[in-house]
Design a binder for this molecule. Sequence first.
Ligand SMILES: Nc1ncnc2c1ncn2[C@@H]1O[C@H](COP(=O)(O)OP(=O)(O)O)[C@@H](O)[C@H]1O
Ligand SMILES: [Mg+2]
Length: 284
Amino acid sequence: MSDIITITNVVKKYGEKTALNGLNLTVREGELFGFLGPNGAGKTTTVRCVTSLTNFQEGTIIVDGHDAVKDQVEAKKVMGLIQQQISLDKDLTIRENMISHAMYHMMNKKDRDAKIKELSDYFDLGEYLDKPVDSLSGGWKKRAAIVCAALHSPKVLFLDEPTSGLDVNARRLLWDIIKLMNQKGTTIFLTTHYIEEAELLCDRVGIIDHGKIIALDTPAALCESVGKYAVEYMVDKNTKYKYFKDQDEAKQFASTLDVSNNVLLRRTNLEDVFVELTGTHVGV
Ligand SMILES: Nc1ncnc2c1ncn2[C@@H]1O[C@H](COP(=O)(O)OP(=O)(O)O)[C@@H](O)[C@H]1O
Ligand SMILES: [Mg+2]
């Protein structure tokens, strides 16, 4: 698999505040990449730097062979972005939003209409296509934003915390469309602070903290790096965690604890990885 995004030593400052502190990251073509980190870690700033929405002071970003600064026009053509705040015109229907997106990307009418039909069929938009965006539920609004962003057939689609604030059903609806988009061959760059989302959806996960990547691998390999088995137990009303590569060793340790310790032996998850690496919980 070749790399489609290469970020090298990127430093981004907002005045005195350093948001990205020498960020290094590569995303492979065709993967569903998860970018996980707590609030303020630098996820949105990374997406904004890669998609040329903001400048940065040091480093380079290459997207599909194009320099995101020097070759911005070409780089932008291969990217689609769904920002945290939906940028669709809420008074217009999904179809009308698609048409204005197509104009922005200078698509001709024939290609545009064919693509609208293809995407509506593929994602089962049917009756929703001609409804004003404002009349749709939160989940459908996000779906509409994804379909619009996909209109110019970007190779990479950036989704910045797409499921924040959505209920469970809306979140599932969105996961389906993200997976479908990826199966169609689009590389997905998904930022999230929901661990289960990264664990369930993503081929590889990068964890960012204080503007730096602190771990990057498949969810399973990240869990193995900490130890596949976790023993969770209480001491003086505080929850403690201990990790083991070997299940028997974990059982052996658990057997030394008392019932009053509320012992739980389970598989390690991404939250454990995060807590081990940073000492804080994701989302706080
Ligand atoms: N426009 C801005 N001006 C000043 N500081 C900013 C701005 N945008 C983000 N920051 C700061 O940069 C850091 C990274 O923010 P951000 O990339 O939005 O994080 P995340 O998306 O992971 O929550 C935070 O400390 C945030 O306060
Ligand atoms: Mg953000």
